[in-house]
Design a binder for this molecule. Structure first.
Ligand code: NAP
Length: 379
């Protein structure tokens, strides 16, 4: 059987490196067509020497040479990779707004997408999903919660609601004052998952869950009233769906991103691939669930509000959040300021309904500029 050709956007990140571990295990099934990263050219070169892609793309000012590979650069390079019809599937595993353009280009070229980059759907879910339908392209979720829902849904018309689980992050049982005074180091210390910095901070504020609610709305077409969040600190139940007859089907597994990455890129097949440890209910012993505390973690409420408002409201939420997270990581603002800043930006944003892609990019740029100005005034 011919190998599936895959390109990875963000191969040097947390999802990207785990995807390469999966692919190494399934090397008789996959061939890497292109690898793209940002500034970590040292790791990108190592990956390229090992997996021998035809194309490598980076976004650094330093020189990169790898024999046998065409070197590409920046957004033009990503466009070249994502319009290459040799691809069977592209894994979009970069962080933040960078994911949107390459995803749309791949869809327009009829290439299936394994999507880790949730910001793509938060910014332009209506356009992305409608283009995917138009081109007959599959958007396969990599986020563990959405992968779980994808695995649980058999008859979508008979599903009443989606139940998205959240570990609760490092501040689950801390006080509001602890959260307000949290250091960058504390926010980056996630109890369950080892991820890139942006998503780890989003997990500490629970904005990540907010972004996932919007992602689920677009992927599965459910109203926000039918998407529920439940805190589940053990991260064993990755999400669930409740059927109209009251039956609940959940997907469980040890916390590992290898499983959802592998499920997305091998779909509709299910392969053995990487399986580190056998699952034991007795060893896990207990599974806890609790309601999210919206007072301590108000970012979830902001995301529900942005999603229900629709249009560029979610663009505003995403852009303001991303800039505020960068400012927090740079030590310029406190963790709780992320919420205050996003809330302020959203309350003054004039929403455009049914925006074009150009309007989305211009709103995104304007919100980022305004957010940076607010942050400047705060320091
Ligand atoms: N990590 C997880 O467990 C997890 C789980 C679910 C969903 N996600 C989602 O997956 C996405 C990636 O998360 P992550 O944790 O893997 O982030 P990450 O570790 O920060 O990785 C981001 C990747 O994007 C690359 N990148 C940055 N600028 C780029 C550019 N201009 N062109 C191409 N690539 C560029 C980075 O390259 P350099 O490092 O070389 O600069 C890196 O490879 C996020 O949207 C996140 O929400 C992640």
């Amino acid at each position: 059987m011919e190998k599936k050709k895959i390109s990875i956007i963000g191969s040097t990140g947390s999802i990207g490196t785990q995807a390469l571990e999966v692919i190494e295990k399934l090397k008789d099934k996959f061939e890497i067509l292109a690898l793209a990263g940002g500034s970590n050219t040292e790791l990108l070169k190592k990956q390229a020497e090992k997996f021998k892609p035809k194309y490598i793309c980076h976004n650094s000012t330093s020189q990169l040479t790898v024999s046998g590979a065409k070197i590409l650069h920046g957004s033009d390079g990503l466009e070249e990779i994502c319009s290459n019809k040799e691809n069977d599937i592209i894994l979009v595993a970069c962080s933040g707004k960078i994911g949107l353009k390459p995803t749309l280009t791949a869809i327009k070229n009829n290439i299936n997408i394994a999507l880790a980059n949730k910001e793509t759907l938060v910014m332009a879910g209506d356009i992305v999903m409608s283009e995917a339908r138009k081109h007959g392209v599959k958007i396969l979720p990599v986020d563990s919660e959405h992968s779980a829902i994808h695995q649980c849904i058999k008859d979508i018309n008979f599903v009443d609601k989606l139940i998205i689980t959240a570990s609760g992050g490092p501040f689950l049982h801390k006080t509001i004052d602890d959260i307000k005074n949290a250091t960058v180091e504390e926010a980056l210390h996630h109890p369950r998952w080892n991820m890139g910095k942006k998503i780890t901070v989003d997990s500490a504020t629970l904005m990540n869950k907010g972004l996932e609610i919007i992602e689920a709305h677009h992927l599965f077409g459910f109203d926000y009233d039918d998407i529920e969040v439940v805190i589940h600190p053990q991260s064993i139940v990755h999400s669930a769906v409740e059927y109209k007859d009251g039956s609940v089907i959940a997907q469980l597994g040890l916390p590992s991103m290898h499983i959802p990455i592998q499920y997305a890129i091998t779909y509709p097949e299910r392969l053995e691939g990487i399986k580190s440890k056998s699952f034991s209910f007795a060893e896990i012993a207990r599974l806890d669930f609790e309601k999210p505390d919206f007072e301590k973690f108000p970012c979830i409420k902001l995301a529900y509000h942005a999603g229900r408002t629709g249009g560029t409201s979610t663009v505003c939420l995403n852009a303001a959040n991303e800039e505020a997270v960068f400012a927090f990581l740079d030590g310029k603002i406190k963790l709780y300021d992320i919420y205050t800043i996003v809330e302020k930006m959203m309350s003054s944003h004039k929403v455009i309904q049914n925006p074009t892609i150009d309007e989305i990019f211009s709103v995104d740029a304007a919100i980022r500029e305004q957010t940076k100005n607010i942050i400047k005034q705060m320091i």
